[in-house]
Ligand binder design. Structure first.
Ligand code: NAP
Ligand code: GDP
Length: 359
């Protein structure tokens, strides 16, 4: 478990677009959350924000963001699976008892790319259902003032019209490749509304598109497409072999850089207070093909060899174009990191951390 108080984190500076909450957002605040944002000077205990899955791709990005821009009235606790297995109810209770969080950002999950999802549907369903049930129910029992959980655009219906927005989440089965994960995640949304209705809980969820950045899982077999491509391109350059892209390269995706997602997630935790989910995505025009992402990886790696497609491998869902109108209604001017910049930073991080990173 790593913990950061605002005093410890103070001192570092950042140069990214600052998010400030609008009046409209402030008006939406639930009564419980208003209490949590009262400052130390008012004599109120500061918020304790507990991040489950704090050692992963998104958790580390949140930790970096919060440390660069600390707030006086918040202390942050980042959990990994070493702090307790969230599939287990007793160890989840022990964590809540020990940390006594006022706010929870719930990231912990069994996570994997297309090929991991296709081969372990049972585990993706069961582990995520157990983790989510334990975290949600403990958040109710321990009177957490705000719980923000993570869904994904890959849980959207497969047969649909585009772009897909937050109201369409349950309108038809997900793509068959990740049914287990998708249905476990969709239940979070159903239960957020149920907890609000029955217990007046301030629970909500985020729908991010494909995420990438430093501290990702770079496993070629189990990881997502960008970390997989970075690892494969690194090996191709080192061994002087072709760089192989799986599938046809034609599927389309919207990618969000982990640092941007971290900043937006913290904004949701502080300022978005409705049970209905909010999609955190780049604009629709930023949707790109897998082929163009692979070429961007090759450029960032300075790979000059042959690029080939293994069309025996699955393409998965062709596209899942997400609509970010809701986000834009709150933060119309938010500037996302460009793909070329984000990929360059991710490639450089992977090369520097090759010996120790997850792969
Ligand atoms: P990640 O890098 O794989 O990290 C997963 C985190 O969950 C790790 O901190 C891991 O701890 C923890 N964890 C896993 N099983 C656990 C268990 N049984 N008990 C306690 N902790 C456990 O994941 P991520 O990419 O940051 O994803 C964060 C969230 O975003 C997830 O909910 C995921 O479903 C969602 N999401 C991800 C993507 C994407 O492209 N990555 C896209 C959409 C949505 P250890 O480090 O100790 O193993
Ligand atoms: P998805 O967005 O949920 O489908 O998951 P991924 O992040 O795993 O992306 C899958 C898409 O990238 C599919 O179209 C794959 O065919 C393609 N792809 C190309 N190369 C790779 C790779 O090395 N790893 C992964 N996971 N997908 C790849």
């Amino acid at each position: 478990m790593t913990a950061t108080t605002s005093e410890e984190a103070a001192g570092s500076k950042r140069d990214h677009v600052e998010i400030s909450s609008s009046k409209e957002n402030a008006d939406e605040e639930a009564p419980l959350a208003k209490k949590a944002s009262t400052s130390k000077e008012d004599g109120v205990v500061p918020s304790i924000v507990m991040v489950t899955g704090g050692s992963g791709l998104v958790g580390k990005a949140i930790e970096n963001f919060v440390n660069e821009k600390p707030r006086d009235n918040e202390s942050w606790v980042y959990l990994s699976s070493k702090d307790g297995d969230l599939r287990d109810r007793k160890s989840t209770e022990a964590i809540f008892e020990r940390v006594k969080p006022t706010h929870v950002i719930h990231l912990a999950a069994k996570v994997g790319g297309l090929f991991a999802n296709m081969s372990q549907k049972v585990e993706f369903y069961r582990e995520n259902v157990l983790i989510n049930d334990n975290v949600m129910e403990c958040s109710r029992i321990y009177k957490v003032k705000k719980l923000v959980s993570f869904l994904s655009t890959c849980i959207f219906p497969d047969k649909t019209t585009y772009p897909i927005d937050e109201t369409m989440l349950h309108n038809g089965p997900p793509h068959s490749s990740n049914e287990g994960y998708a249905l476990a995640k969709r239940l979070i949304d159903t239960m957020n509304r149920a907890y609000a209705e029955e217990y007046n809980c301030n629970f909500t969820s985020i729908i991010p598109t494909n995420i990438y950045g430093p501290n990702d899982n770079f496993s070629i077999q189990n990881g997502h497409v960008i970390p997989g491509l970075i690892h494969k391109c690194y090996l191709a350059k080192k061994n002087n072999t072709p760089f192989t892209i799986w599938g046809s390269g034609t599927p389309l995706r919207q990618f969000v850089y982990s640092k941007d997602l971290a900043e937006l997630t913290v904004w949701v935790m502080r300022d978005y207070h409705k049970p209905d989910p909010i999609t955190l995505s780049v604009d629709e025009k930023e949707e790109v093909s897998i082929k163009s992402v692979a070429l961007s990886v090759a450029k960032a790696m300075d790979f000059k060899g042959e690029v080939v497609f293994d069309t025996e491998k699955a393409d998965g869902q062709f596209k899942k174009t997400a609509c970010n109108k809701k986000l834009r209604s709150h933060l119309p001017d938010y500037k996302f990191t460009t793909m070329d910049e984000g990929i360059k930073k991710s490639v450089d991080w992977f090369v520097e951390n090759f010996d120790t990173c997850r792969k």
